[in-house]
Design a protein around this ligand. Structure first.
Ligand code: ZN
Length: 341
């Protein structure tokens, strides 16, 4: 996938193309930004360009995408490229181990066979164990001339500062939701309303949008809408039951995401911000009704509570209590709203 097939990310791509054209490419880059927005795709496009047998060498150099080298990069079998990522089967607690980083030593011994560089791509770089990170640091402190390291991370704050400081950091941002919507309309068979739902839910992460099933999303939309705005009562037993069921079914991260989106919709309507698409657009009359009765500052407090829950989840803290508190505060607000109708 050469640069010209990537949607968005014009700034980092232009930066890389200029660095290649003017022979200013560094030894190590850190591509950071939210998951599934095109970081790895851009790293692969750069890898293709540096190995391409027939590159386009105008002001915006790019790989041809069709030569043998380009195919090898695409299939991740190029002899001058090493891809390191957490091993399969580690979905809950992914880790890159020191043995994987030691493979770099074999990669860098010889000069490249085809292109100008030996390239080492480290995806989810923040998952390196401390031993792995220290081993990488040794190589980054004195990188061989013909080597290029591309680190990819959606949580760069979890990388060792000493590694971050040896990389040129390029930030990747999500695309505007409207661009993802237009792309889906053009390149998928989705109905317009489904494409809008998928684009809005993805929050501009095209890589995620391409894998979302609109039918599944609609089922979740109904389920989480009900949990967020319908099934409220002052029964503590009910809150305990919902929270327990979300924890036991491992649905907490998903639930937090849906709740955040629902409250974000409510906040947008409460602030009369009409240019941003709402996810729960089918429920807009109810949302508008609520938005007039809950103060934006109170909605923000609830959103903050969800952010805190997200952080607690990453630190493996007890989710049950946090969720219960969130529901109690949410129901307080909803009851206040209904009492003032
Ligand atoms: Zn090529």
């Amino acid at each position: 996938m050469p640069f010209n097939t990537i949607i968005g990310h014009h700034r980092p791509i232009q930066w890389l193309q200029t660095a290649v054209r003017t022979h200013h490419l560094g030894h190590a880059y850190l591509f950071h930004g939210e998951p599934a927005i095109g970081k790895r795709q851009t790293a692969q496009a750069l890898t293709q360009l540096l190995h391409c047998e027939m590159p386009q060498s105008d002001s915006a150099p790019d790989a041809c995408g069709t030569c043998r080298s380009c195919h090898q990069v695409e299939q991740t079998i190029h002899p001058d490229c090493l891809i390191i990522q957490p091993e399969d089967g580690q979905k809950q607690n992914p880790k890159i181990k020191i043995d994987q980083i030691r493979e770099i030593e074999h990669l860098v011994i010889y000069r490249p066979l085809i292109g100008s560089h030996k390239i080492c791509l480290i995806d989810e770089a923040e998952t390196m164990t401390i031993e792995a990170a220290n081993a990488l640091l040794k190589t980054l402190e004195d990188p061989p001339d013909h080597c290029l390291f591309l680190l990819i991370s959606s949580r760069p704050e979890h990388l060792l500062p000493t590694i971050r400081s040896r990389c040129i950091a390029l930030r990747f941002s999500p695309l505007p939701v409207g661009d993802v919507f237009e792309f889906l309309k053009k390149h998928s068979s989705m109905e317009s309303s489904d494409a809008r739902l998928v684009a809005t839910f993805s929050e501009g992460r095209l890589g995620q949008a391409l894998h979302l099933d609109p039918e599944e999303l609609k089922v979740n939309l109904r389920q989480y809408w009900a949990l967020l705005f319908e099934e409220h009562s002052d029964s503590a037993a009910h809150v305990f039951a919902i929270s327990e069921s979300l924890v036991k079914s491992h649905q907490v991260p998903e639930a937090i995401h849906w709740f955040q989106q629902g409250l974000r919709d409510l906040l947008l309507l409460s602030l009369e911000e009409t240019n941003s698409p709402t996810l729960y657009c089918d429920q807009e009359p109810t949302l508008r009704h609520l938005a007039k009765r809950i103060r934006p500052s109170d909605i923000l407090e609830l959103i903050k509570e969800l952010h805190q829950l997200e952080r607690d989840q990453q630190r493996n803290l007890n989710m049950q209590i946090g969720l219960e508190q969130f529901f109690f505060h949410l129901h307080d607000q909803l009851e206040y709203a209904h009492a003032h109708e």
